[in-house]
Design a protein around this ligand. Sequence first.
Ligand code: FMN
Length: 253
Amino acid sequence: MTIFYFTSTGNSLAVAKRIGGNLISIPQIISDLKPEYKDDAIGVVFPVYGFFIPKMARRFLAETKLSANYTFAIGTYGNMPGACMRNVQKYALDHGNRIDYAESLLMVDNYLPNFEIADQIAKLPKKNPEENLKRIIADIEAQKKLEATASLLWRLFTSAIAAAEKAWAKDTQAQSYILNKDCVSCGICAKICPAGNISVTDKVQFGSNCEWCLGCVHLCPKNAIHLKNEKSAERWRNPEVSLKEIIAANNRI
Ligand SMILES: Cc1cc2nc3c(=O)[nH]c(=O)nc-3n(C[C@H](O)[C@H](O)[C@H](O)COP(=O)(O)O)c2cc1C
């Protein structure tokens, strides 16, 4: 089994690790995609962004062929997946990729403009991530098929969010980040950026190709990177994933 994954703060990588198999980070292959990837089973694991999937995971699903007897997609999310998984199945199919099983998993929400991490951690036990992940793993082992559904209301709401994506994308530029005096130019932010959008010489510079994954904000060892509109200064990294693993997954420099 091969799993292609995208992660910023480790939730999706923790899930991919638990499912197992040969794990391949999408940022590591995105600039040199093979026309086809083959295995008996192939999965894709990613975080839900704005009720859909990260731009890079979208590109991956659109620009390569996944050839397997069984395929699955798991979206990790923090509060509301909207019609994400239904739309992923449809999007993949529109680009020639069949997804047999599409499911989402409720975890900590790392979207700092809307949520406080301390509050998210306190709410985690009620989200039952462990029990839900065990069910998903059992489903995958049994090669269960699952067509994701979403109510009409969710589908309409998700389309409205997608239509607003261009406006939303303007928040993802360099001016959204505030660098405080604690920055020591260690370069970790550049290494954990899946888009290779950060350079560090004597100071940190953000380019214009941001995925808006917020990894640099969450994982800065000095907590020196902030958002103008963040709810609080606490940060998140999934405890089952090390900083070293996220660097190995995302480093593009
Ligand atoms: C830009 C952005 C958009 C997000 N949008 C959603 C969303 O629409 N619905 C949701 O429930 N969670 C949303 N989240 C939360 C993440 O999907 C969630 O925390 C995910 O598990 C993070 O995975 P990772 O640790 O692998 O990066 C968003 C997070 C970010 C950074």
